[in-house]
Design a protein around this ligand. Structure first.
Ligand code: RTP
Ligand code: MG
Length: 156
């Protein structure tokens, strides 16, 4: 059928350990840029978890350092929803190298909150296929019940 109108796309975003302390500012930026935060949680990744997440980088020289970085403290995992969300989030992130980002995209998240080509503050899926894979790692369907449980014990 003919599809008219806006196509919303979900993507996986993550604040890396060095950016978690700046979550307030970064979340404000995310919302101001028109994303809906549809899932969010803080988790400590294990080494196994990080190796699964970065399977595409198996064998690359930077992988051991990357795994150490990503397991050095908690991360904030999110599902973001927006029109053309995958590319839109990569755009707001800026180039991988934060020093490059400060030259080419000074308003971007990596320019503002990252340090260099390794410690770059945040992650974004590079395609819809990657987004589905990465969202399933952090937000598996079988655990959806945990989402509602705090409500039943809350007192108002
Ligand atoms: P990300 O996956 O985190 O959104 O970043 P990206 O697509 O822009 O970069 P990618 O090539 O997928 O690399 C994943 C992460 O590995 C670290 N890295 N270090 N030292 C290095 O040469 C190097 N290259 C990449 C960065 O933390 C990068 O985000
Ligand atoms: Mg990548």
């Amino acid at each position: 059928h003919v599809h008219l109108g806006i196509v919303m796309q979900r993507t996986f975003a993550m604040l890396k350990p060095d950016a978690v302390e700046k979550m307030g500012q970064i979340l404000k930026l995310i919302i101001e840029n028109g994303f809906k935060v549809t899932k969010l949680k803080m988790v400590q990744m294990t080494k196994e978890h990080a190796l699964e997440f970065y399977a595409e980088h198996k064998g690359k020289p930077f992988l051991p350092f990357l795994v150490e970085y990503m397991t050095s403290g908690p991360v904030i995992a999110m599902e973001l929803l927006a029109e053309n969300g995958v590319a839109k989030w990569r755009e707001l992130l800026g180039p991988t190298d934060s020093e490059q980002a400060r030259k080419d995209a000074p308003g971007s998240i990596r320019a503002r909150f990252g340090k260099d080509k390794s410690l770059n503050a945040a992650h974004g899926s590079d395609s819809c296929i990657s987004a589905e894979r990465e969202l399933n790692i952090f937000f598996p369907m079988s655990r959806i019940a945990q989402y509602e449980s705090p409500r039943s014990t809350a007192t108002f």
